[in-house]
Design a protein around this ligand. Structure first.
Ligand SMILES: *Cc1c(COP(=O)(O)O)cnc(C)c1O
Length: 457
């Protein structure tokens, strides 16, 4: 193409100023501001330019405006938004895990827009201990001498290992060198803590004697034994691992620290539900020196991590230089304290995760049948079915939580896409070519919004 033809062609492309005056972009501009919109407009014009040179025709101004609008919507769409979880997975890591109780939300709302006495002793007007209430509650509920709250369970494990075993050795079973969700891999966390790993046992079987032999072979060099709950991974068949109390007795006899990475943080016995998940209290009473767990898995609080255990050791962890970098933020702390109050008061079902897990399937069924009736009355074809939900959040992978769901047939991928891309977004589950709306994970105040979205789609 001759240069003059090129210029002729490119002259038809809109300029940035003209683009940004388009009424179709004014809403996006209000939210994202002039600088961001100018960048998006330049990118869209650059693309239109390349296209013009390749194809010999310049795109219409409307097409370029639409491209800017799409880019702005895509950027805004990346914001984390409230969604309706109809997947049946109670602790969904991609959906922020545990929903908070109304009391925790109220505490957050009351604190968030102002100042909060996170590190102030109001009674004495002096500097106070951060997280003191949450820590006192966790210690009491778990039966431990002391507790420390941090950013999450990964932080708790890293910090405990760093404080106890940096520059020394830690003994881990080969059956517990697991990866929990993408980036948490036991050997890598151990390495980053500055401790050296001694592997013992085999993939499927490890005995107390294996740990004892490692201690014999490295006299004075081992600081800790690490016990890891395999969480979202199960071994079946010819397997063995020592009872926790046996390992604790060995650790205490040999003057090393037993650190338990528990993950889930259950404070309630879930065995009546047929769920085989170890409790925090059990780790403490079996004699683990330090027990690490998440606050937003089965404990049902905000993102956070806790370390409970022997006072002297928890204090050593508290004073580790890493502790400051891994501390819990002000807002999760406020929400965690409200959650701990539910446990202190013995009000298990006030914690939404506990409520969702314990809700009898008959109640879930009645709710879902009610939805189905309302939808059918409006001419919408829907059936219902028993389903198997999940606790999720890296816990109990094999244990279904009996549930009940609306079932839709047809072009379910298109339907799911439409459900996700509306306000509020709805996350269904697709299984065997059918679309399920599971009643167990839809929050008590979401019925109306859910039914509206279902009708619209
Ligand atoms: C989930 C889990 C973790 C990581 O917890 P986060 O709170 O997500 O950091 C670590 N260890 C175990 C055993 C877990 O189950």
């Amino acid at each position: 193409m001759a240069d003059s033809d090129k210029q002729q062609l490119l002259r038809h492309l809109p300029k940035v100023d003209a683009l940004l005056r388009a009424p179709e972009l004014s809403a996006a501009q209000q939210r994202l501001g002039q600088k961001t919109m100018t960048r998006l407009a330049r990118e869209a014009i650059g693309k239109a330019r390349r296209q013009a040179l390749e194809q010999g025709v310049a795109p219409e101004a409307e097409a370029v405006i639409a491209a800017v609008r799409t880019a702005a919507d895509a950027l805004l769409g990346q914001r984390a938004r409230r969604v309706i979880n109809a997947t049946g997975v109670i602790l969904h890591t991609n959906l922020g895990r545990a929903p908070l109780s109304p009391a925790a939300v109220e505490a957050l709302a009351a604190s968030a827009g102002g100042y909060t006495s996170v590190e102030l002793d109001l009674e004495r007007g002096r500097r106070g201990a951060r997280g003191a209430f949450a820590e006192a509650a966790l210690a009491q509920l778990s039966g431990a001498e002391d507790a420390l709250v941090v950013n999450n369970c990964a932080a708790a494990v890293l910090l405990a290992l760093s404080a106890v075993a940096r520059g020394k050795k830690v003994v881990v079973s080969r059956g517990e060198q697991v990866e929990i969700g993408g980036s948490f891999r036991v050997p890598e966390v151990l390495d980053r803590s500055g401790a050296d790993m001694i592997e013992v046992g085999t993939t499927n079987r490890t005995r107390t004697a294996d740990y004892a032999r490692a201690l014999d072979q490295h006299p004075g060099e081992v600081a800790a034994l690490l016990r890891v709950h395999p969480s979202n991974f199960r071994q079946i068949g010819f397997t063995e691992r020592p009872p926790l109390d046996e390992l604790a007795a060995l650790a205490r006899a040999r003057d090393v620290v037993l650190i338990q990475d528990l993950g889930g943080g259950a404070l309630v016995d879930l065995s009546p539900l047929g769920l085989d998940e170890p409790m925090v209290q059990t780790g403490v009473s079996a004699g683990a020196h330090l027990v690490c767990f998440s606050c937003d898995k089965l404990l049902g609080g905000p993102q956070g991590g806790a370390i409970v255990g022997d006072h002297e050791l928890v204090n050593r962890v508290r004073r580790d230089p890493l502790a400051r970098a891994l501390r819990l933020g002000r807002l999760p702390l406020v929400a965690l304290e409200a959650t701990m109050e539910h446990y202190l008061a013995g009000d298990r079902d006030a914690v939404p995760t506990m409520f969702a897990l314990h809700r009898p399937v008959a109640e879930v069924k009645a709710r879902v049948e009610g939805w189905a009736e309302l939808l059918r009355a409006q001419g919408i074809a829907v059936s219902t079915a028993e389903t198997a939900g999940r606790a999720g959040g890296g816990t109990l992978p094999e244990s279904p939580v009996p549930s009940y769901a609306l079932v839709f047939d047809g072009d379910v991928e298109t339907m799911a896409h439409a459900l996700r891309n509306g306000a509020p977004p709805v996350l269904p589950r697709i299984h065997d070519g059918r679309l399920y709306i599971d009643g167990r994970t839809v929050m008590p105040d979401e019925d109306e919004a859910l039914l509206k979205r279902l009708r619209d789609v």
